[in-house]
Design a protein around this ligand. Structure first.
Ligand code: ZN
Length: 280
């Protein structure tokens, strides 16, 4: 048993929901951040459970079934994360406490819920994200960033505070590891920063002998390219997934990804949709 969380998509607000068993104007967002039906709510209040089931049971069933595919997002979710197990959540809380607690991280200290319900308001997401990044920078020693392979845990690159990846220096591009992020710089393009990405090597080099390798960033969705693939076992056509972690803060790292990274993705989703994080 652990803590999960979702952020609802904006399809209701943007009028993109498909018609379903109750009229669209009967729908509203309840206190827990879920779509609900005024008609069903009113009937629940008016009738005891037996009578409600007899009259509205079928409609209720259809209503919940419909919620799973009423728009392009699975279950109407823009983002869904299993944040951590109970021990991981406790560890995160105690780390925040050690790093300065409520006086230094007033929002982050109260971010994770005690139970498995409730919401975290979207209005607080942006300020909480700033605290989270400050917390990560403080807890994780910036001299000890490591780029790891998700599948093998191979440490592909152990970086000093700043460093350019030796395999990936081309006249028109550089790859740096800065403050826990991998930064791809290409001439004429905006820099792309990420903590977690997939690289897809081409089947063959291009006309100039370059292995133009595609990079897909999971935390931002950005896509870029490098002249060479990272890692020792880079092979034509092979996909590899990498994440940045800190050697000195392994407590933030659990399983394949950081608890902090998952929380970060939820906060970003909340900012992007204007909808709260729903704990579950
Ligand atoms: Zn949607």
């Amino acid at each position: 048993m652990g803590l999960g969380a979702t952020v609802r998509c904006r399809c209701f607000e943007e009028g993109k929901l498909k018609p379903g068993p109750v009229p669209l104007d009967d729908l509203y967002v309840d206190d827990e951040g879920y779509l609900a039906s005024r008609k069903l709510d009113a009937a629940r209040k008016r009738l005891d459970r037996r009578r409600f089931d007899a009259r509205y049971g079928q409609l209720e069933k259809e209503f919940y079934e419909r919620a799973e595919f009423c728009c392009e997002h699975e279950d109407g979710e823009y983002s869904s994360e299993s944040v951590s197990n109970i021990a991981g959540c406790a560890q995160f809380r105690s780390l925040v406490k050690e790093a300065g607690g409520e006086s230094e991280f007033p929002l982050l200290s109260k971010l994770l819920p005690q139970g498995n319900g409730g919401i975290y308001p979207a209005e607080k997401a942006a300020a909480t994200l700033v605290e989270l990044d400050r917390f990560i920078a403080k807890v994780a020693d910036v001299d000890e960033w490591v780029l790891c392979d998700v599948e093998t845990d191979e440490e592909v690159w152990v970086s000093a505070q700043c460093g350019s990846f030796p395999l990936s220096i081309a006249p028109y591009e550089e790859v740096w590891m800065v403050g826990g992020k991998i930064c791809f710089y290409r001439t004429g393009c905006d820099p792309v920063e990420t903590t977690h990405f997939k690289q897809i090597m081409p089947e063959a080099p291009d006309g100039k002998g370059c292995w133009r390798t595609k990079v897909i960033c999971f935390d931002t969705g950005a896509v870029t390219e490098t002249a060479y693939a990272l890692g020792s076992k880079a092979n034509p056509g092979v996909e590899r997934e990498f994440y940045v972690t800190s050697k000195k803060a392994p407590f933030l790292y659990e399983g394949k990804y950081w608890t902090a990274e998952r929380i970060r993705r939820l906060l970003v989703a909340s900012i992007e949709t204007g909808n709260p994080i729903r704990w579950c």
